[in-house]
Design a protein around this ligand. Structure first.
Ligand code: NDP
Length: 325
């Protein structure tokens, strides 16, 4: 039985990846900061809480981390833990950059110095490309990050590439574009829109507050995207892959589609608040996943409208579940 270690197991992707790896017959271990205080709701929601083994550990403590990894000796390591919110990274730039970079280097340094045979997955991000000059984005496109989060992800990405090139570690980078699900934290804009729309359809008189609705993004469905993390680590050679749908849609279209699934007009329930604009932002970005399709055999065929409908349906079921206790 193969052993996988997931950092950030309690997040959206960690929960779905746990489900996927357990279904493949893996023994799944998750590193959490503090077991007693961890948010376990996502693991419960995907039905894996009793099947994964959680261990407390601090990714900022290299000595402790090495001790844990020496004992566990995982076959595959998925490094998903990060301060993952772009908006939050403008509020806490030092903490975001420090944690996201140092956690990555500590894991890589542990694998190197302990000479572990583990294969390593780095959660890179489309945000690294930032102010793009050519579209669609491909693996070789130039990085021009425009947030502390994006800078931290670019540095983590190059660390993984460098440990591969300099020390021969099996490091893969998944350059994932935005991927959504009901498990997104409430402060993420797609979750904010969908959950408000569902509450309004159930009688809430609240107003949804949004910033720049003209930004255009390439949105996909999280459970389908996490499969690529595993696929990357099964290849003969480690590499980088863009994971995207190749279509961009505006936040305005996203809000309109979500409310329209519930027969509501989004503009009647939304306030535009310019204080929510980010200090610097990406206007338009979308990626070309041809390499992932050709080499990993990854197939993704959910349309934008299907994605939004799926998110609305999942959110309705989620809110009903909460209400019925
Ligand atoms: P989430 O925000 O849902 O999860 C982040 C995870 O990181 C949580 O388990 C969280 O644990 C953990 N974490 C955060 N800060 C710390 C810390 N200081 N110490 C230890 N653990 C910490 O992110 P996603 O699941 O959506 O994303 C997974 C990875 O993929 C992230 O690295 C993200 O940056 C990257 N990514 C995500 C994309 C997306 O669209 N979802 C797109 C591209 C990249 P806790 O809750 O206990 O703090």
């Amino acid at each position: 039985m193969k052993k996988a270690l997931i950092t950030g197991i309690t997040g959206q992707d960690g929960a779905y990846l746990s489900r996927f790896l357990l279904d493949k017959g893996y023994q799944v271990h998750g590193l959490v900061t503090d077991y007693d205080r961890s948010q376990l709701a996502n693991l419960k929601q995907v039905g894996v809480l009793d099947s994964v083994s959680l261990v407390s550990g601090d990714l900022m403590d290299l000595a402790q981390l090495k001790g844990l990894l020496e004992e566990l000796r995982p076959d595959e390591m998925y490094h998903l833990a990060a301060q993952s919110s772009v908006a939050q990274s403008f509020q806490t730039p030092v903490d975001t950059v420090t944690f996201n970079i140092q956690s990555t280097q500590h894991l890589l340094e542990s694998i190197r110095t302990l000479a572990l045979p583990a294969r390593f997955y780095q959660a890179s991000s489309s945000e690294m490309y930032g102010r793009v000059k050519t579209l669609p984005v491909v693996e070789e496109s130039v990085f021009h990050p425009v947030s502390p989060y994006a800078i931290s992800k670019a540095a983590g990405h190059w660390l993984a590439v460098n440990y591969r090139e300099a020390y021969g570690l099996f490091c893969c980078c998944g350059i994932l574009f935005n991927h959504e699900s009901v498990l997104r934290p409430p402060n993420y804009v797609t979750k904010k829109i969908v959950s408000a729309a569902v509450r309004i359809s159930r009688g809430s008189r609240e107003k949804l507050t949004l910033g720049n609705v003209e930004i255009r993004r390439d949105w996909g469905y999280a459970p389908e995207y996490v499969k690529t993390m595993w696929l990357m680590l099964q290849q003969d050679e480690p590499d980088e892959y863009v994971i995207a749908t190749s279509e961009a849609h505006s936040l305005r279209s996203f809000a309109a589609a979500a409310f329209s699934c519930l027969e509501l007009d989004w503009e009647e329930h939304t306030i535009i608040d310019r204080t929510l604009l980010r200090p610097s932002d990406i206007d338009l970005i979308y990626g070309n996943p041809a390499k992932a399709r050709n080499r990993l055999g990854w197939e993704y065929d959910m349309t934008f409208d299907q994605l939004v409908r799926r998110l609305v349906e999942e959110e309705m079921a989620h809110q009903e579940e909460i209400q019925s206790g």
